[in-house]
Design a protein around this ligand. Structure first.
Ligand SMILES: [Zn+2]
Length: 294
């Protein structure tokens, strides 16, 4: 039977993150056949049901027989078995947003029909947790030593709050600059590599840049240079961000709390996972067939 691939294209790319987790099938089989003394066939049947946990994918508690393999990983870190024992799971994580919930549900309905291949999870997360995890992923993907990341971070935040816009089609001449305009009627306009944005979008970008670089050596760096928390709050006030967001507090720390809460609320509100087991099931069968022939 020919495999029909389920397309994730209708879900905005900025809302999808992929994690590849490798499993060593030698370790996995050995666990059942040597430690539990089960027959090869029983081991195979048990393994076919296997799905790693979320903590394996996040790296929070990745343990035998799972690990993260790079191009250079040629042997299992646990049993030293060679690459031919490796199989991979791919976790497709969606940070869901009401603006594309209909499309996500459609993809999920298709995935549900492929029960053996895909395992689906809806995980409990607060908006704040989703936001922090997003910041972490963003930080890991960027080189924060140069200046390029400022633009990348701003764009990532703009995509986060407007995921349904087809940004890649819209930015036909690339993105060279992001500029604030307090007179702009809509949220943004784009012309010749310049993205002109409203005070809310610009302020959001400054906050995200500030949060990302806080723990870095150039702490607090933004489009407006390096800013302390007080300076950032003042800058946001001056561009009309507080007014647009309806934030009235006076104490800078309290203001910052409100600012971050508003930013969190403007983004995704739920997390869904689809774990693709295609590669795992194929490799598992190959390994099992070889063991059976012995
Ligand atoms: Zn191993």
């Amino acid at each position: 039977m020919k495999k029909t691939e389920i397309s994730f294209d209708e879900i905005p790319g900025s809302a999808i993150s992929l994690t590849k987790l490798t499993i060593c099938l030698k370790c996995a089989f050995d666990f059942f056949t040597k430690q539990l003394n089960l027959a090869n066939r029983t081991a195979y049947i048990e393994l076919k049901k296997h799905v790693p946990e979320e903590y394996d994918f996040t790296g929070a508690a990745t343990g035998r027989p799972h690990f993260f393999a790079g191009e250079e990983t040629s042997h299992c870190p646990y049993c030293n078995g060679p690459k031919r024992w490796f199989a991979a799971f791919t976790a497709i994580r969606i940070d869901a947003h009401p603006s594309f919930e209909k499309q996500r549900k459609k993809v999920w309905a298709a995935l549900k029909k492929e029960k053996e291949r895909y395992t689906l999870w809806a995980v409990e997360r607060t908006g704040m947790q989703i936001f922090s995890e997003w910041l972490e992923r963003l930080k890991r993907s960027m080189d924060m030593d140069g200046e390029e990341w400022l633009l990348e971070a701003a764009m990532a935040q703009i995509k986060r709050s407007h995921p349904a816009v087809k940004w890649d089609d819209l930015l036909t001449e690339g993105l060279r600059r992001v500029q604030l305009s307090s007179r702009i009627e809509s949220d943004w306009s784009y012309e010749k590599g310049r993205l002109i944005i409203s005070p809310v979008l610009y302020g959001d970008a400054l906050i995200v840049q500030h949060l990302l670089s806080r723990s870095h050596m150039h702490g607090g760096t933004t489009f407006e240079g390096r800013l302390t928390l007080h300076e950032l709050v003042n800058r946001l006030r001056r561009i009309g961000y507080m007014e647009a967001r309806g934030i009235e507090a006076a104490d800078p720390y309290e203001v910052f709390e409100h600012v971050v809460a508003a930013l969190v609320a403007s983004g995704p509100s739920a997390v869904y996972y689809a774990v693709d087991r295609d590669n795992f099931l194929t490799k598992l069968k190959t390994v099992y067939d070889k063991r059976r022939d012995k």
